[in-house]
Design a protein around this ligand. Sequence first.
Ligand code: PRP
Ligand code: URA
Length: 213
Amino acid sequence: MKNYDNVVVFDHPLIKHKIAILRNEKTSMKEFRELVEEITTLMTYESLKEGVPTVETQVKTPLESCTQYLVKDDSIAIVPILRAGLGMVNGVHVLFPLAKVGHIGMYRNEETLEPMTYYCKLPEGIEDKLVLVVDPMLATGGSACDAVDLLKKRGCKKIKFMAIIGAPEGVSRLAEAHPDVEIYVSTLDRCLNEHGYILPGLGDAGDRLFGTK
Ligand code: PRP
Ligand code: URA
């Protein structure tokens, strides 16, 4: 895959360790869910290093007063792509407990691999917030591109996208379609199979999170 200015692939030993366990077909639903949350928190810490609005405040320590910075309340919105994106919400909330949550429901047509949008409910004022779109899997990129299109139509201007595993096909498609969106993936896998699944991947993230298969 070529290099894109708006793509960051994490290369962190602690995240790699957790992804190795996440991929394992023997990992239980409970452990899978916990790992998705933990990886999300680590990714959030890094991907929100820049762009988070802060407010200046004066703090009096036992010794003197100093100027400090607090994260501006309510300046971030989390938008999971249902279903699997739901598994990442708590991982962001650990760091941003006041972030409001918008939901975009999409599923891929298993034959065409085209995403179908079946639900959308976004918080009021989302257009003025930093929007963090989360989905564990970025495969063909169809769902991610459509979700970002939808948010832009709603007026959102600052959007970051976070996926745990990306396929080169999907990362390139999203990076090219939305060069103004910063894309963060924990790992870049090899390719997609003929059914649009990421290889080596981890299987169906929604099914593994919610025990539906
Ligand atoms: C998965 C995943 C993404 C999408 C990625 O969802 O969570 O939303 O596929 O594929 P794409 O990049 O090719 O669009 P899925 O459609 O399986 O729905 P689910 O979360 O309800 O299981
Ligand atoms: N969605 C998943 O859950 N897994 C994949 O490998 C691709 C899309």
